[in-house]
Design a protein. Structure first.
Lengths: 245, 334
């Protein structure tokens, strides 16, 4: 998409959440770490000499979460320089924006994003992304089999996001949080109702029972963000791992 | 006591979190690091870890990051090591991607789907050609000679010549020169696509016969490959119950049955097998059930490295099919 100037604005619209991210009521912007390039056709714009990319809520569940969350949306975003784990990395749409936030150009904040996906087709795109954006580690592997990618996560991380549309996604998530997440770290689960076994009580009951399961496993649910405005039948669980109990 | 290891070092640590022994990889380098990470992912040990495991056989071997490991000052990652690690990880992802081409399921999927597309194109080109030529030469009877027609047209110099070759009277109306050229070009495309279709079929046969030997022996390679692709791979095909295999390809009828209670389908892709399609209607359901049951066993034999089926097993199934046919010689009374 064509690069447009920021109409004399000094900053992208919205308030500052992070050095590299601004959150408006309708839109989210991240400072482009790979200047001059769009990753998936998103809008780029100059604001006082810096290039920012607009994060599309229709294509990223985290962005949708940022716009829909009522409780502490800022908590959804990892800090600059964090190590994070992303299960179900997909084509790298979301990862590119996370990279803007936690790594920056040439990885000046020295963050690390470990992105695991099982589909070679997705990983192909992710590998191209990783070449132009330092700090992204693409891993071809099964999210269920921790042993396949434990070597990439030698230290516990502060932030985990899981977006795998398969059954037993909750168990994978809880296992990963237990094994790889720091106490006090943030864990996000994007849950697609259609991927779970259908129960008679319907979607609401399904999300409730998942919430209960999460709450019983040492995680505290900050909010179950309803992102159905952007992504049908989805809920984004925003959790924090409880401190040592 | 524990043996801590990752791709570039190994250490022995005791209950108090003291490092008793440590070996670091002397000259880290990207290419070797790729192999090391790959080995560790597959459950292997590095050279350093091997040495320490021999020195301290009583130590529990744990990959870095395991929960049981005590807190200790494990060797730090330097910036240089990080660089190597990131490059090696990228290399490993690329290696995994190139290995994905070795997966016959994925190859068969592209081939099978491309073949379906080419078949659609070929058939519509050929039927258009028959109608087109039939307009100018109404006396020609093509019957089963459609494939031949394309080559006859593309070898003719003009409609009169074509009429002569087909043994009918010269046409009443002559097409424009450019129109004739288009017609001839169309025939040439039909031939090209027919040739491509034959090549693809040969390719599907080759892959299916090595990837699904038993299923190919029982159902023929083309049908075997069709089933494998609609089941999303051999492994999954092997795990499907035979009732599902029986109706693969009849999803529309099947889900309409579940939703609105229409009669369930008796057969999907498997219908194209002559044992079913050439049998009288009242035994088709029975035969397709038997055949699907046997086919699902064959698929399991293929997926889990069994002894591939040969003529013997196939004739057993065939005799069972004939038994069904002979025990139901007449249609049931309504």
């Amino acid at each position: 998409m064509a690069k447009r100037s920021g109409k004399g604005r000094r900053n992208p619209p919205g308030r500052k959440v992070n050095e590299n991210l601004r959150l408006g009521s309708r839109e989210v912007w991240t400072r482009n770490a790979d200047s001059g390039k769009s990753v998936y056709g998103e809008t780029r714009r100059d604001f006082s000499g810096e290039e920012w990319r607009r994060w599309s809520a229709n294509r990223s569940k985290i962005c949708a979460g940022l716009l829909c969350a009522r409780e502490n949306p800022d908590g959804l975003i990892p800090n600059s320089g964090d190590d994070i784990l992303y299960l179900g990395a997909g084509h790298g749409t979301t990862i590119s924006h996370l990279h803007d936030v936690i790594c920056g150009p040439e990885n000046i904040h020295s963050g690390r994003i470990v992105g695991v996906d099982i589909a070679p087709r997705c990983l192909r795109d992710l590998t191209f992304l990783a070449k132009s954006r330092k700090g992204i580690i693409p891993v071809l592997g099964d999210a269920r089999k921790y042993a396949e990618w434990q070597i990439y996560v030698p230290n516990k991380v502060n932030w985990i996001f899981q977006d795998v549309a398969q059954s037993a996604q909750v168990d994978i998530f809880l296992g990963a949080c237990q094994k790889f997440l720091n106490h006090g770290g943030t864990a996000l689960l994007s849950l697609k109702a259609a991927s779970e076994r259908w129960t008679k009580e319907g979607e609401k009951a399904l999300f409730d029972s998942v919430g209960e399961k999460i709450a019983n496993s040492g995680l505290e649910i900050v909010e179950a963000v309803d992102i159905s405005r952007y992504e049908e039948n989805h809920v984004l669980f925003h959790c924090v791992k409880k401190a040592h109990s | 006591m524990w043996l801590w290891y990752d791709w570039r070092a190994a250490a022995i640590v005791n209950q108090d979190g003291l490092i008793i022994d440590i070996i670091e990889w002397s000259k880290p380098e990207v290419k070797q690091a790729t192999y090391r990470i790959d080995a560790i992912r597959n459950g292997g040990l590095t050279d350093e870890a091997e040495v320490l495991a021999q020195r301290f056989p009583e130590a529990t071997i744990c990959l870095a990051g395991s929960d049981e490991l005590p807190e200790a000052d494990y060797p730090e990652m330097t910036a240089e090591l990080n660089e190597i690690f990131e490059e090696a990880a990228l290399g490993l992802a690329e290696l995994g991607l190139s290995r994905a081409a070795g997966d016959s399921d994925r190859r068969l999927e592209h081939l099978q789907k491309a073949m379906t597309e080419v078949r659609d194109i070929t058939l519509s080109l050929e039927s258009r050609l028959v109608e087109w030529v039939g307009l100018f030469l109404p006396q020609v009877r093509f019957e089963r000679n459609r494939v031949q027609l394309a080559s006859t047209v593309s070898q003719s110099d003009g409609l009169a010549d074509l009429a002569h070759k087909l043994g009918v009277e010269a046409p009443e109306v002559e097409p424009e020169t450019s129109e004739w050229r288009s017609l001839k070009g169309h025939a040439q495309s039909a031939m090209t696509f027919r040739g491509q279709l034959d090549r693809m079929e040969a390719a599907v046969r080759t892959i299916a016969e090595s990837h699904l030997p038993s299923l190919s022996a029982l159902l023929g390679p083309l049908l075997a490959s069709k089933l494998c692709v609609s089941a999303h791979g051999r492994e999954r095909l092997a795990r499907l119950p035979s009732g599902t295999l029986q109706v693969l390809g009849a999803e529309k009828a099947f889900f309409s049955h579940l939703k609105t209670g229409t009669p369930p389908p008796k057969h999907g892709h498997i219908f194209s097998h002559p044992w079913i399609s050439k049998s009288p209607y009242w035994v088709r359901g029975k035969i397709s059930r038997t055949l699907a049951a046997k086919a699902s066993i064959a698929a399991r034999v293929d997926a889990y490295d069994g002894e591939p089926w040969g003529q013997e097993q196939v004739s057993e199934v065939e005799s069972r099919v004939n038994e069904i046919k002979s025990s139901h010689p007449k249609p049931p009374r309504k």
